[in-house]
Design a protein around this ligand. Structure first.
Ligand code: ATP
Ligand code: MG
Length: 264
């Protein structure tokens, strides 16, 4: 499991010190799917960077299965908010990168092609990132993150650039692959529908400096189809609870609606 204990983080910039997160404690059970929602700038991306080991922990502790995170982990996939594809590599080469790094060459070509097919980009396997749309690049990133069956998946608003149909199918893909590999997922989103549809638990963060305001258990069947789950009675109720918690952190109602999608 991923355990955060009293984690705080301050960025020192030329002009000021910005405290991004403050005293965050959160347990993410092994194999569970946890989402984080919160206002823009409350430290969600910072949190993922700390867990992935991309940024050193300043205060408090971050541990995975009892071991403190020190440096970048091989078993964790991090899908950044920004585009992280290598421009000179083709789709196939970008997706295969994680396997090359791990020297998992056995069956590599088949695994790469299978996941490229799953994200609907078989026709573009030999294209370079510059030749793809924004949503297609996101799908390549998703494939590249999941191809080696990571045990920890950290995702920063991975589906925000996608149209509704593609988003639903990518959500289902993530859900299915994470379940079948029993991966632990920490997922950042601004979309409350998405948070409810995918998660076992949702953590609501306060505005900066981000702290955990509340953690909500989503009481829906684990074996789910993301598009069907929305019509279950528990869905609207869970979304309403999240929205009630979040709106107080977002300033005016207009501002709140701009920052959060699908508030109903
Ligand atoms: N590398 C950095 N240097 C300086 N300040 C930073 C850096 N990264 C983040 N910050 C600051 O830390 C705070 C939290 O940023 P972060 O990117 O974690 O927020 P976020 O919750 O992911 O926001 P969003 O929802 O807009 O993506 C912000 O005030 C930001 O300006
Ligand atoms: Mg962010």
């Amino acid at each position: 499991m991923i355990r955060l204990e009293h984690v705080s983080h301050t960025f020192a910039t030329r002009t000021q010190d910005v405290r991004a997160i403050h005293d965050v404690s959160l347990d993410i059970e092994a194999g569970s799917f946890v989402s984080v929602v919160g206002p823009s700038g409350c430290g969600k991306s910072t949190l993922l960077s700390l867990i992935s080991g991309l940024m050193p922990v300043q205060t408090g502790s971050v541990s995975i299965n009892g071991a403190r995170v020190e440096g970048v982990r091989r078993d964790a996939a991090m899908m950044l908010q920004s585009d992280a594809l290598l421009p000179w590599r083709t789709v196939r080469q970008n997706v295969g990168l994680a396997l090359e790094i791990r020297r998992e060459r056995k069956g590599m070509a088949d695994r790469v092609d299978a996941i490229i097919e799953r994200v609907g980009l078989a026709e573009f396997a030999d294209a370079r990132p510059a030749e793809l749309s924004g949503g297609m690049r996101k799908r390549v990133q998703l494939a590249a993150s999941l191809v080696y069956s990571p045990s920890i998946i950290l995702m920063d608003e991975p589906f925000s650039a996608l149209d509704a149909f593609t988003r639903a199918s990518m959500q289902q893909l993530l859900l299915d692959l994470s379940r079948s590999s029993e991966a632990t997922v920490l997922f950042v989103t601004h979309d409350l529908d998405e948070a409810v549809a995918l998660s076992d638990k949702v953590a609501v963060f306060t505005k900066r400096p981000g702290t955990v305001k509340s953690v909500h258990t989503i009481d829906l069947p684990r074996d789910r189809a993301v598009t069907d789950v929305q019509s279950l009675p528990g869905f609207a109720e869970a979304r309403r609870r999240l929205w009630e918690e979040l709106r107080g952190e977002l300033g005016t109602d207009d501002e709140a609606r701009r920052q959060v999608q699908h508030v109903g």
